[in-house]
Design a protein around this ligand. Structure first.
Ligand SMILES: *[C@@H]1O[C@H](CO)[C@@H](O)[C@H](O)[C@H]1NC(C)=O
Ligand SMILES: *[C@@H]1O[C@H](CO)[C@@H](O)[C@H](O)[C@H]1NC(C)=O
Ligand SMILES: *[C@@H]1O[C@H](CO)[C@@H](O)[C@H](O)[C@H]1NC(C)=O
Ligand SMILES: *[C@@H]1O[C@H](CO)[C@@H](O)[C@H](O)[C@H]1NC(C)=O
Ligand SMILES: *[C@@H]1O[C@H](CO)[C@@H](O)[C@H](O)[C@H]1NC(C)=O
Length: 521
């Protein structure tokens, strides 16, 4: 009863078994809508490359711009489409989707349609040439979404299909059928077709009804009119018997021969140890299939599904030979261009226009320069003054590959707390070829670079910060990596004056500052 068996007449037993019970041949599909890729010929070759041998389309199936005399027989392998099916702007005679059984409609065309068939005629000549046959004789399930058929002047037999047997009316799908039902030379349904429903000429194109004919007792599909013909409720499309292993397609997941609501979980609760134990029979979900291992080039999520890329708040790692998405500890690592790199090449300062490009960055590839122009704004380059609050964007930064230069800073800020998580300044590029950290002319009381643990190369300049105490007493050598690195710490707050000060926490500023004993109170 497996759909995958049917389309594999030349397979050897083992590959057949493999194809049937472990993994269908999948392809990604496309999301081009009506866009044409290159010229007609190139567009067709891409189509062929994408869908050749494909049994399950994980995304959408889009067949567009196919002209006459093109052989579309490679589409015959397709049995399942997870997204939508779009058939538009073709004037080829026939599109042989002979084995397409189910459209899941996980993605809909124009938000409504799981199946859209329109404008299939030769636009340059007359409407006398165009798509004629679309024998989707196995199509019996559209799980979600509607159907649009319009402007196909030559297309036969769309009116002899009973769409209500295919779509899920409970979901109130949008159905737009503008069907040419007066075409003189279209074939009638074979006399033996049930209730005169078919996809084309001949008994082989009769529509197999699996819903409207069912006995009331059936919860979904059936294979005949009597109650014993009901399919299992995990079945989609239809069935060959009553069990969940007799389905033509599965509503949710296929686990080997069985249709199931979910794949076997990867961990199970152990009531004696009060722990989650690894389930030896656990499986990952891959599209609508349960698999023992994710296919090559897929990663595993927390929920046990195979995906092509990890979510925004997770990152990819390899664990015991399995590539997994793991939750980031804090913000996920994100590398951003700094000043001097990429789109910030030739820019002198962080400013109101570019600061948002540093959102969520943990590593800056390039430099960070904050110059007075940032806070002043600049009419010539149409740059607004930077809102000081925006500096907190840098709180996620742990690493700067170039230098950090700060020549202006909000007057009431007592330290550089926006960089409190900065751990490493690599100094691969240096200001004036010399400095990897330069802090000049600020009103800060302390540096506040409490996570800084390495300055890999380049010198440190801390100058003319009239409120800043004790910068020179820091153990800079501990941060330095090379012998030649030096500091230039001059013209900050006078050391004598500093020694008369005490550290004091100002709750209203939420900051620790130096103050004279009597001022502190
Ligand atoms: C277009 O249609 C007209 C009449 O309907 C016909 O005479 C003509 O041959 C057609 N042209 C082509 C290229 O099919
Ligand atoms: C059509 O139905 C008749 C009567 O049930 C049967 O004798 C005949 O063989 C059928 N034709 C085909 C092509 O199945
Ligand atoms: C501000 O940044 C934008 C974008 O990076 C840039 O185009 C502009 O020249 C900058 N302005 C100044 C004054 O640096
Ligand atoms: C930054 O991270 C937050 C939380 O993870 C996320 O919601 C937001 O979209 C991210 N912003 C950018 C620009 O990456
Ligand atoms: C600095 O001043 C601005 C307004 O001028 C205010 O919004 C901000 O909270 C102040 N910052 C501190 C740390 O007091």
């Amino acid at each position: 009863g497996s759909g995958w068996l049917d389309s594999c007449p030349f397979c050897t037993c083992s590959s057949l078994f493999h194809a049937a019970f472990f993994l269908p041949t999948v392809c990604q599909g496309t999301s081009n809508k009506l866009a044409q890729l290159g010229n007609m010929e190139y567009h067709f070759i891409s189509l062929q490359r994408i869908y050749n041998n494909c049994e399950v389309v994980l995304g959408n199936l889009e067949i567009t711009y196919v002209t006459r005399n093109h052989d579309l027989s490679f589409l015959k392998t397709i049995q399942e489409v997870a997204g939508y099916v779009l058939i538009a702007l073709n004037n080829v005679d026939s599109i042989p989707l002979d084995n397409l059984q189910i459209i899941r409609g996980n993605v809909l065309y124009e938000n409504f349609y799981a199946l859209a068939i329109f404008s299939n005629y030769h636009t340059n000549i007359n409407k006398t040439s165009g798509l004629r046959n679309l024998p989707m004789k196995r199509l019996s399930e559209i799980l979600n979404g509607g159907v649009k058929i319009s402007n196909n002047p030559q297309l036969c037999n769309m009116d002899t299909v009973l769409w209500d047997d295919i779509i899920d009316l409970n979901k109130k799908p949008v159905i737009q059928l503008e069907i040419q039902n007066n075409l003189a030379d279209c074939s009638k349904c074979h006399a033996n077709c049930t209730e005169d429903h078919c996809w084309g000429a001949g008994i082989e194109n009769c529509q197999t009804l699996t819903k409207v004919i069912c006995a009331q007792q059936c919860s979904g599909r059936c294979r005949g009119r009597v109650p014993s013909d009901c399919c299992h409720n995990q079945c989609a499309a239809g069935c060959t018997g009553p069990r969940e292993s007799d389905c033509l397609a599965c509503r949710k997941f296929r686990d080997e021969a069985m249709c199931k609501d979910t794949c076997p979980p990867l961990v199970l609760y152990n009531p004696t140890t009060y722990q989650m134990d690894v389930n030896p029979d656990g499986k990952y979900s891959f599209g609508a299939t349960c698999v023992k291992e994710c296919p090559h080039n897929y990663v595993v999520t927390d929920h046990g599904s195979c995906v092509r890329s990890c979510n925004i708040d997770t990152y990819e790692v390899e664990e015991n030979g399995v590539r997994k998405c793991k939750k980031c500890d804090g913000p996920c690592s994100k590398v951003c261009n700094g000043i001097g790199i990429g789109e910030l090449k030739g820019i002198l300062s962080i400013n109101a226009t570019n600061i948002d490009s540093f959102k969520n960055c943990t590593k800056i590839n390039g430099d960070v320069s904050i110059l007075p122009v940032a806070f002043l704004g600049d009419a010539f380059t149409n740059t607004q003054p930077l809102d000081p609050k925006k500096l907190d964007i840098f709180k996620t930064v742990k690493e700067i590959s170039g230098f950090l230069l700060i020549q202006d800073w909000p007057a009431n800020a007592t330290d550089l707390s926006a960089f409190e998580n900065l751990e490493i300044i690599r100094g691969r590029t240096k200001q004036h070829g010399q400095y990897s950290l330069a802090i000049v002319n600020l009103k800060i009381h302390s540096l506040g670079l409490r996570s800084l643990k390495e300055i890999s190369d380049g010198d440190v300049a801390i100058m003319k910060n009239k409120n800043l105490c004790y910068a020179e007493t820091m153990n800079w050598n501990k941060l330095f990596v090379t012998e030649t690195q030096k500091t230039k710490i001059i013209s900050n707050r006078n050391q004598d004056e500093c020694s008369k000060l005490i550290l004091f926490f100002f709750p209203s500023w939420n900051a620790i500052v130096w103050c004279r004993k009597r001022d502190c109170d």
